[in-house]
Design a protein around this ligand. Sequence first.
Ligand code: HEM
Length: 308
Amino acid sequence: MTDLLLVSIRFALFANLMLIAGLAAFPLYALTPGEQRDCETGRLLHRPQLWLCLFALLLSFGGMAALTAAMQGVGALAIDRGMFLAMVRETDVGAAWLVRSAALLVAVAAALWLDRSPTLAAAILFAAGSAALATLAWAGHAAATDGALGWLHRANDALHMIAAAIWLGAIAAFLLLLRPGAPWSEARLAVAARSLDQFARIGTLCVLVIAATGLVNSQIVIGAANIARSAASPYGQLLAAKLLLFAAMLVIAAANRWRLTPALRQGAATPDQALTAMHTSLMLEAAAGLAILGLVAWFGMLDPFATG
Ligand code: HEM
């Protein structure tokens, strides 16, 4: 039961913190300062942030409590203040939790400031959200790697998650901006098509960083010499499933970039048709991204070579 609780909280924290960082980054590279201040577009992206940050604080506390229970070998409701504080004071994962809580409090302040100073607050929110996300590297296999290689592994893992956050955050931003049924003007269609183009460049960079840091993670956790051995384990099979989902996301992203975005820009179809096609495709891409987070939340807690 505690394992299922831990996996669920890991999944929710990955998704929540990636949304905070990714949604904050989006306007910084895809919208002009005027559009960031534009009450409709800007507010659409700002509105969820405060709730996401408050929920992340709650989830992060719940995750720390569930981990304390798992370490103490007691039920989640059986832990007391002493157990919790000992875990916070005496473990690296406890120190990471403190850093994450501090980063999230900064994120809450920035979220409250978004409407007044959209660009600066979004930059602070991106930095604080990324710092909070990076602390999760102390809760996966990267925490177990010692010495200098350990720092490289955790830094690599953090970069891996931040690149994934920018990609998944952009999908969420487009789903908010392109929601069906919203009243459409030429100006808004132009903003949508131009921001899709802007993202195309950032997106390519994210994919390259994710693939490179993913290979480094794979080499440190498994090692090229042990691929066959790991392939026989649930860890290896779940990682393979993750790579298939990653490939599916790449195919969908390519279709968005080279087929649906031009259709949106050129008005090849009616705005509603082009928007609905793009929205459906983005929903599929988001579903594949969330499935990847679910897989990682699970296999990040498994022994990479255990078969039973
Ligand atoms: C959109 C695509 C991807 C997303 C959203 C994603 C997300 C993540 C996340 C959240 C973690 C967890 C880190 C932790 O627990 O510390 C992770 C770890 C990992 N990722 Fe990815 N990843 C993606 C693509 C890839 C690719 C393409 C590869 C392989 C080339 C890869 C290989 C790994 C490995 C080996 C780990 C370490 C898991 C562990 O701690 O045992 N990932 N990924």
